[in-house]
Write a protein that binds this ligand. Structure first.
Ligand code: GTP
Length: 310
């Protein structure tokens, strides 16, 4: 199944909750996910391969176009689509709506209308309204769910809170009902089809997203230069380069006395050690690669080539 939706609605959080493992990186910064990431869940008699996709958005860079393409391809290849959107942020609602006074009911986000219209009708679609935990008065969500239900046919409509792991099993129940019968594709303990070196790069990027703001997270890409697995008990050695677009971004990332970069490295190392179950020796370098987000060649080198349309 493919998880599709706008950026930041909680697709990766839903994938992690379904897996019971924080495999995908999550952050409050939109466009955190850059590549489709597969996670495998065994749910009752069903084996569900969930593809977390980059949030569909209006691209401003070549990277953005490649990300959208990766999401669309994942959706095209899926047997089931789980369309994810979010309950509105109460802080942004007019007070009278919050207080339940008369007024226009909550309406679908305009980008959701476009995305749903683009989905096509081949695969069944399960509609998920995430982040319902942030609305105290859940009754306010009913007209919103109604409005979505009128837009197209959904196999199921499921309000959830991926953050609180509330309703996630119900999503899997609905998907399992729609799974076609087929041979097993994965071993029982297989969590993903991505190699651990992919996640090593992701976990460094996750710390960059946590530590920096504005353009820096968007302008950063992590490339693994060396990945040496020991034969015995020793540590896993990883050398990685963080590419940024401008010298000012490099300065921010390194920080005074290289403190920022050290913190990013330490936090990422702990997260990688948890994944691989052994000691990790992680070395990071920062390099300025001007306009890497605009160059097909650079994007290929950095592994963002899933959207290649030939
Ligand atoms: N309150 C609340 N926040 C949530 C919930 N699910 C996700 N979030 C938050 O929403 C933000 C975005 O979550 P992600 O899982 O990274 O969203 P995404 O859809 O994968 O984002 P992109 O990578 O941009 O496509 C993070 O700060 C999450 O903690 C939820 O159920 N409730």
């Amino acid at each position: 199944m493919a998880l599709v939706g706008r950026p930041n609605v909680g697709k990766s959080t839903l994938l992690n909750a379904a897996l019971g493992h924080p495999l995908a990186i999550v952050s409050p910064t939109p466009q955190t996910t850059r590549d489709a990431i597969l996670g495998v869940v065994h749910h009752g008699p069903a084996e569900i391969a969930l593809l977390d996709t980059p949030g569909l958005h209006r691209p401003r860079t070549e990277l953005g176009r490649v990300m959208n393409q990766a999401a669309r391809e994942a959706a095209r290849g899926a047997d089931v689509i789980v369309f994810v959107t979010e309950a509105p942020d109460p802080a942004r609602l007019p007070r009278r709506v919050k207080e339940g006074e008369d007024g226009p009911p909550l309406a679908p986000h305009p980008s959701d209308l476009t995305l749903l219209a683009d989905l096509g009708s081949e695969a069944p679609v399960v509609f998920v309204l995430n982040k319902v935990d942030r609305m105290r008065d859940k009754a306010l969500l009913l007209p919103l769910l109604d409005a979505f239900a009128k837009l197209r046919e959904f196999a199921a409509i499921v309000p959830i809170s991926a953050l609180r792991e509330d309703g996630v099993q119900r999503v899997l129940d609905e998907v399992a009902k729609l799974c076609p019968e087929r041979d097993w594709g994965f071993a029982p303990d297989e969590l993903t089809d991505r190699p651990t070196r992919f996640f090593a790069a992701e976990y460094v990027r996750e710390q960059i997203l946590r530590a920096t703001k504005a353009e820096v997270p968007h302008a950063s890409a992590v490339q693994i230069e060396r990945y040496v697995e020991p034969t015995g008990e020793g540590a896993l050695h990883i050398d990685a380069t963080i590419h940024v677009e401008r010298p000012g971004q490099k300065k921010i990332l390194i920080g005074a006395g290289a403190e920022q970069l050290k913190r990013i490295g330490t936090e990422a190392r702990l997260r990688i050690e948890e994944l691989v179950g052994r000691q990790v020796n992680l070395k990071l370098w920062v390099r300025v690669t001007p306009e890497w987000r605009e160059s097909r060649e650079r994007l290929d080198e950095l592994g963002y080539n899933k959207g290649e349309t030939s």
